[in-house]
Design a protein around this ligand. Structure first.
Ligand SMILES: [Fe+2]
Length: 262
């Protein structure tokens, strides 16, 4: 892992040392203040390109194309909202997904399963433990976004999302987010409507560099990836960890996300 991750800058392998603790504390502080942290240069120079080269043949020929119209909740309706409420405005998402079972032995999977990373992430999130998923498809995914494609506005299902940007596009494909647009007690539907109409001055854009690890708290922070432009595909690995071991998706979830059950 020494040649893949910059463990000099980010000492994940020295758990319990003062420099490890300092990094955890910085990440925790960033999560509390901004709802995210970024480890730029997490991959050593040249590794993102190598990881992309491993995935590209699968991405080009066997990725699952997901194209759908949806609202920000990914739900057909919200009981307390009339169907024409502007918070339910439909947006389009188009992406290509490569599943973990299609990239055995890859750099991406080696990073996903690297135990010091799993323990470090648990520490930053204030969890006693995290576990890799057992689901052969869902554990780690690589998402591809080509010219004209975007991941549109949504809230996440999980409390934290961990991603690793492998390749940035020439233009567009930026991460845009609106921190704490809602809370567990206040659904703020009018604020949601304002964001969807492009009238929320607090929406921010983050332009990430390839090789950056990002941990993001996306349950109440609306976010999207803007439309990609240019020839180069945006490629990002999405890592799923859970507090309990052995987590699997249901067959319905696998078909819904990946178009196949196994
Ligand atoms: Fe998300």
């Amino acid at each position: 892992m020494e040649e893949i991750l910059d463990l000099d800058r980010y000492p994940l392998n020295r758990e319990g040392s003062s420099e490890w603790q300092r990094l955890v504390d910085e990440c925790k502080a960033a999560l509390a203040a901004n709802g995210m942290f970024n480890l730029e240069g997490f991959l050593r120079p040249g590794i993102a390109e190598k990881a992309v080269a491993e995935i590209r043949p699968v991405m080009d020929t066997r990725s699952h194309v997901h194209k759908r119209m949806h609202n920000i909740y990914f739900k057909p309706s919200i009981p307390e909202l009339s169907p024409d409420h502007p918070a339910l405005r439909k947006v389009e998402t188009v992406s290509h997904t490569v599943c973990a079972d299609q990239i055995p032995g890859s750099i991406v999977l080696a990073i996903y399963e690297y135990e010091p990373l799993v323990r470090f992430l648990a520490a930053t999130m204030g969890k006693p433990q995290l576990h890799v998923m057992q689901d052969p498809l869902a554990r780690a995914n690589v998402m591809g976004y080509r010219a004209g494609e975007a991941l549109n506005w949504h809230f996440d299902r999980s409390e934290f999302t961990t991603t690793l940007l492998l390749q940035a596009p020439e233009r567009g494909g930026d991460f845009e987010y609106r921190t704490d647009l809602r809370s567990d007690d206040d659904r703020n539907y009018d604020g949601v409507a304002r964001l969807l109409e492009g009238r929320d001055p607090e929406a921010k854009i983050l332009r990430m560099k390839a090789g950056t690890l990002n941990v993001f708290r996306g349950k109440n922070t609306a976010h999207r990836v803007t439309t990609v432009e240019g020839e180069r595909e945006r490629m990002i690995a999405v890592f799923s960890y859970y507090e309990r071991p052995g987590v699997m998706f249901s067959e319905e979830e696998r078909i819904g996300f990946y178009g196949r059950a196994a």
